[in-house]
Design a protein around this ligand. Structure first.
Ligand code: ZN
Length: 174
């Protein structure tokens, strides 16, 4: 659940030092220290479907803090790079609209999370998930490593579907 340490701590320190506000559009970055890292928390109530955040970022090489928004495109930026993974996420990332929307009602203080394989095909830094949600996938490495059946239980972005279909076609051809 807290995979992005310790580098995220370093990036948070950089953000603090560059005077970027820690509050943004009803959100706040909460830093739980080196062990648990930083997380993005709702500072107001969001109803299911509400726009939480727009993905305003810059093109980036894949990293632990980037989000994949197309078959071969990745972006990173503030504050969405602080979104943590959950197997029972409170939000979804819509890569075509470049939006983060509430997947369930979020109360003040609740963490904004999304399901990383919904955007990431193959992650640079896989990790073991400790979210303890029912049906936790445990090994979070990208959609490439999940079965089509399992992916069917989640909201998945079009570019990931495209990559999954291509992978299946390749298996069928061999
Ligand atoms: Zn999990």
């Amino acid at each position: 659940m807290k995979p992005r340490m310790p580098d995220q701590q370093a990036s948070l320190n950089i953000l603090c030092h560059s005077n970027i506000p820690r509050r943004s559009e009803g959100l706040r970055i909460v830093d739980d220290g080196p062990l648990y890292g930083a997380r993005l928390v709702a500072m107001r109530r969001f109803l299911r479907g509400d726009l939480i955040l727009r993905l305003r970022g810059r093109p980036a090489v894949p990293s632990f803090r980037s989000i994949q928004v197309g078959v071969s495109s990745h972006i990173e930026g503030y504050p969405f790079s602080f979104l943590n993974h959950s197997c029972r996420p409170t939000a979804i990332v819509l890569t075509q609209q470049l939006e983060v929307r509430a997947w369930q009602e979020l109360k003040i203080g609740q963490e904004v999370t999304f399901f990383y394989p919904s955007t990431e095909w193959e992650m640079v830094r896989p990790f073991v998930c400790l979210c303890r949600a029912p049906g936790c996938i445990r090994y979070v490495a990208g959609a490439k490593y999940l079965s089509p059946h399992l992916l069917g239980h989640y909201f998945i972005n079009p570019h990931v579907r495209t990559l999954a279909a291509a992978a299946l076609a390749q298996v069928a051809a061999n």
